[in-house]
Every structure is written in structure tokens, then in C-alpha cells.
Design a protein around this ligand. Structure first.
Ligand SMILES: [Zn+2]
Ligand SMILES: [Zn+2]
Length: 238
């Protein structure tokens, strides 16, 4: 009898855990949908933006809360800190003390490894690059599925669309209907881009150089961003 009661309680616990997980997944999907909905309407590739924003938030959190967090420090020891790109992102005067604490430890670890026989200084890759890859997968899959929603499709048409590397990545996950939508939208954008590039080239011909430049003035930069995934915000140095 006691055994049956215990079994019943265990099943109730499992059922409520499953319900809680399902509820949480619905809320997560919902939150992600609104992140996507906002990102697709802003300038530049929405996935580049979401991944970059998540990375910036994670680095800010690391320097605010995790400088003395043992798992974080152990992970940084394995990679001897950040890759050059993430080192550049963290190199901010506000992070000076955190960087000094972390990198004093890393310099000492590098010194130890240099004295060992196996000549292996790095044990793992940059932790921020690993996190970034996970974020990219999460956002890519969510966008591929969410583009089935007409609400997100019309928002997507208001922005600049995906860069080509991210379009290829979304293509791996997109159901046929999402992919057909993306093909149509991006064919249209690439067609316009090629026309504007043609116009820019034409106006650089000495015979037409007196014609004022229109929106094609910066099309070479937009083409570079669209095709390569380069992120460039207005006002950034070239
Ligand atoms: Zn992108
Ligand atoms: Zn990195």
C-alpha cells in the first residue's frame, strides 16, 4: 500500500515537472518570437544583430558578476582567455580591473604550461565563441520555424533581410514554406542590390559623373555587408 502511494506521488511529481517544462518551453518560444520580430525590422541582418547583442550582454554579465566565479575562471584557464575578437570586445576601460584579475591568473597558468614538457598552452577554444555558436543555432532554428507565421513574414519584409551566410544557415532548418518565402524575399533584394550597384558603376563613368548620386551612394558597403555578413553601423569607421 505504502509502495503504491509512493509510486503515485512519484508519477504526480514527474507529471508536474513535464507540465512545467512544457510551459517554460512555450514562454521561451514566445520571448524569442518577439526578439525575432523586433530584430527583423531593424537595419542589418537580424541574426547577426541578435547574436552580437546576446554576446555583448554575456560579456557585460561576466565582468559584472563572474570575475571571481570558479567555473568561469576554470573555463578561461582552459583557453587562456579570449580569442582576439572577444579580447577586443572585452578591452574596455570599465573592465580594466576584471581583466587584470583574470589575466594575472592566466599569465601564471601560461607560465606553468610553458615549463611543462608537452608544449600545449591551450586546452580549449574561446568560451565566448562556443557560446556564440550556441546562440546562433538557437536563433537560426527559431527564425526558420517562426517564419511560418504571416506576422513575422510581413515584419521581415520591412527590414534588410538576412546576410548570405545566415541565409544559408537558416536554409538548413527552414520548412519548405519558410524557405520559399525567404527565396522570394531575398531574390527581390538581391535583384535591387545588383541594379543599384550597376547604377553606382554607371555614375562613376566620366560621361555621367555630373549626375548626382541617389540611394546608390553607399551601395558598395551594403553589398559587402549583405554578401559577407560584415556588420556595419552608420557612423562606424571603415
Ligand atoms: Zn547575418
Ligand atoms: Zn571568441
Amino acid at each position: 500500500m505504502l509502495k503504491r502511494l509512493r509510486l503515485g506521488a512519484a508519477w504526480r511529481n514527474i507529471a508536474s515537472l513535464v507540465q512545467w517544462r512544457l510551459r517554460k518551453r512555450r514562454v521561451d518560444k514566445h520571448l524569442l518570437f518577439y526578439d525575432l520580430f523586433s530584430a527583423v525590422q531593424q537595419p542589418g541582418c537580424p541574426l547577426c544583430r541578435l547574436v552580437a547583442d546576446a554576446g555583448a550582454r554575456r560579456l557585460a554579465y561576466l565582468f559584472h558578476e563572474e570575475v571571481n566565479d570558479p567555473p568561469t575562471r576554470l573555463r578561461l584557464r582552459a583557453s587562456l582567455g579570449f580569442c582576439p575578437r572577444h579580447a577586443r570586445q572585452s578591452a574596455h576601460p570599465g573592465n580594466a580591473l576584471g581583466l587584470a584579475i583574470i589575466y594575472k591568473d592566466l599569465a601564471e597558468r601560461a607560465l606553468e604550461r610553458l615549463q611543462s614538457r608537452d608544449r600545449s598552452l591551450f586546452q580549449q577554444g574561446c568560451p565566448e565563441c562556443e557560446e556564440e555558436q550556441r546562440d546562433e543555432e538557437r536563433f537560426t532554428q527559431a527564425l526558420a520555424i517562426s517564419l511560418l507565421e504571416p506576422e513575422l513574414q510581413s515584419a521581415y519584409l520591412k527590414g534588410d533581410g538576412l546576410c548570405m551566410p545566415h541565409l544559408q544557415l537558416v536554409g538548413r532548418w527552414a520548412p519548405p514554406e519558410s524557405w520559399r518565402f525567404l527565396q522570394r524575399a531575398e531574390q527581390e533584394r538581391l535583384h535591387r542590390l545588383a541594379e543599384e550597384l550597376g547604377e553606382f558603376i554607371r555614375k562613376n563613368d566620366y560621361r555621367f559623373k555630373d549626375e548626382p548620386m541617389g540611394s546608390e551612394r553607399n551601395v558598395w558597403l551594403r553589398a559587402l555587408c549583405k554578401l559577407s555578413g560584415l556588420q556595419h553601423k552608420e557612423g562606424d569607421a571603415l
